[in-house]
Design a protein around this ligand. Structure first.
Ligand code: PMP
Length: 396
C-alpha cells in the first residue's frame, strides 16, 4: 500500500535515463554525457583539507538544527559582501543541499489547497515538491523568443486569492536564462502588492557570462526582502554536489518554521561538510572564476556547433551550464525503426544511435527542446557534437 501523496510523484526522468546509461556502460559501450547536472570539476583542495580538519577536531556530532553557528555567520557575510544585504543568523538555515532548503521553505509557508506559481520551463523537482505539500503548481509558460526571461504580466494573470508563493530560478536550469533586473523588480513589487512569497533559487548565481550579473531578488528593496526566501548552496559554485550543503535566508518566522520542520525530519545537516563549507564561502574566489571561464568557453563552442546543425535553433544562455536547443523541426522524421514524435523519442534516438545522453525537454515542461549540460571536457563536447550532427542528418 503506497500513499496517494507518493503515488502522485512523477519519477525523475534523468534518474531513469542514468539507469539506461549505466546498463550501456556495463556492456562496455561508452556514452558521452550531456545529461549531468553537476560541475565536472573536483572540489578545491583547500575545502577538502578543511573537511579532514573537521574530523580531526571532532566536528562529528549533531549541530543545531538550523546549522552550525559559524557557517550561518559566514552565510550572512556572503550576502553582505555580494549584495549589501543585512541578515542575522536567525535569518539563515543550513540544509542537506539546496533541495532540502526548498522543500523546507515550501513546507513552512504552504497549506494544502493553495497555489504556487512556477514559470516554465523549470527544474523538474519544483513541481513534484509543490505537489508533496498538497498545493497546486500553477505553471506559466515563458517565451523562448525572449530567452525564457520573466514575463511578469503573464504571471500576474495567474495570481489568485489562493496564491501563496512563486518559485523562481535565475540563473535558470534548464534554460540558462538570467532574469533582467527590471523584470525581477516588477515581480518583487507584485508579490508585495498581492502579498505572496517569492522563493528565489539562486544556486547558479556565480555562473553567469558575457557581463551578465545575478540579480538577487531580496536586495531589490526592503519590502521585497521581507517577502523573499533566497535559496542557495555550495553544490554548483564550488563543485560540491556530493557534500549536500545548501542554505536559505529569509524572514525570521519563515526560517524558524523551516528549522522546526528540519529538526524533526533531519536533525541537522552533515557536520564535517558544514565545517568545510565555511572555507568554500570564505576562500574560493579564484576557483570559482577559473571554473566560470572554462564554462564560458564550452558554452560558446556548443552553441555554435548546435546552431550550425540543420533543423536546430539554440539561443545563447546567459548563465548556469545548460543549453536548450529547439528540435521541433525533426518531429515526424524517421530513420530505420526510429520515429521522432517528441523530445523523449529524440533523446532515446541519440542515446541508441550515437551514444550521447541528453535530457528530453518534457522533463522540464519544454516539449520542443532538449537540455544539454556542457559540464564535460571540450574534447568530449566536440566528439559528442560530431556524433549528434551525423545522427540528425540521417533523420528524413
Ligand atoms: N536548484 C536547482 C535549479 C538545481 O538545478 C539543483 C541541482 N540540480 C538544485 C536546486 C539542488 O541543489 P543541491 O545539490 O544543493 O540540493
Amino acid at each position: 500500500m503506497i500513499s496517494k501523496r507518493v503515488m502522485k510523484i512523477i519519477p525523475s526522468v534523468t534518474l531513469a535515463q542514468s539507469e539506461k546509461i549505466a546498463n550501456l556502460k556495463k556492456q562496455g559501450i561508452e556514452v558521452i554525457g550531456f545529461n549531468v547536472g553537476e560541475p565536472d570539476f573536483n572540489t578545491p583542495v583547500n575545502i577538502i583539507k578543511k573537511a579532514e580538519e573537521a574530523y580531526q577536531l571532532g566536528y562529528t556530532k549533531y549541530t543545531p538544527a538550523a546549522g552550525m553557528l559559524e557557517l550561518r555567520e559566514e552565510v550572512c557575510k556572503k550576502f553582505k559582501n555580494d549584495y549589501g544585504l543585512d541578515y542575522s543568523v536567525r535569518n539563515v538555515i543550513v540544509s542537506a543541499g539546496a533541495k532540502q532548503s526548498l522543500i523546507n521553505a515550501l513546507m513552512a509557508i504552504v497549506n494544502p489547497g493553495q497555489e504556487v506559481i512556477v514559470p516554465v520551463p523549470c527544474w523538474n523537482s519544483y513541481i513534484e515538491m509543490i505537489k508533496l505539500t498538497g498545493a497546486t503548481p500553477v505553471l506559466v509558460n515563458m517565451d523562448e523568443r525572449n530567452g525564457f526571461d520573466l514575463d511578469v504580466e503573464k504571471i500576474s494573470a495567474h495570481v489568485t486569492e489562493k496564491t501563496v508563493a512563486i518559485l523562481i530560478n535565475s540563473p535558470n536550469n534548464p534554460t540558462g536564462a538570467v532574469y533582467k533586473k527590471e523584470y525581477m523588480e516588477k515581480l518583487g513589487n507584485l508579490a508585495v502588492e498581492k502579498n505572496f512569497y517569492i522563493i528565489s533559487d539562486e544556486i547558479y548565481e556565480k555562473l553567469v557570462y558575457d557581463g551578465n550579473i545575478n540579480c538577487c531578488m531580496a536586495a531589490l528593496s526592503k519590502e521585497i526582502k521581507d517577502k523573499t526566501i533566497t535559496i542557495n548552496g555550495v553544490s554548483k559554485s564550488y563543485a560540491m554536489t556530493g557534500w549536500r550543503i545548501g542554505f536559505a535566508v529569509g524572514p525570521v518566522d519563515v526560517i524558524k518554521g523551516m528549522s522546526d520542520y528540519q529538526g524533526h525530519t533531519t536533525t541537522s545537516p552533515n557536520a564535517p561538510a558544514q565545517y568545510a563549507s565555511i572555507e568554500a564561502l570564505a576562500n574560493t574566489e579564484e576557483f570559482v572564476e577559473s571554473m566560470r571561464k572554462e564554462f564560458a568557453i564550452r558554452r560558446k563552442y556548443i552553441v555554435e556547433r548546435l546552431n550550425a546543425m540543420e533543423g536546430i535553433t539554440c539561443s545563447i544562455p546567459k548563465g548556469a551550464f545548460y543549453v536548450m536547443p529547439n528540435i521541433n523541426s525533426f518531429y515526424g522524421k524517421k530513420y530505420k525503426n526510429y520515429v521522432i514524435k517528441n523530445s523523449m523519442d529524440m533523446s532515446d534516438y541519440l542515446l541508441e544511435e550515437c551514444r550521447i545522453a541528453v535530457v528530453a525537454g518534457e522533463a522540464f515542461v519544454a516539449p520542443d527542446n532538449l537540455r544539454l549540460s556542457y559540464s564535460n571536457s571540450l574534447e568530449n563536447i566536440k566528439e559528442g557534437m560530431d556524433r549528434m550532427e551525423t545522427a540528425l542528418r540521417k533523420l528524413k
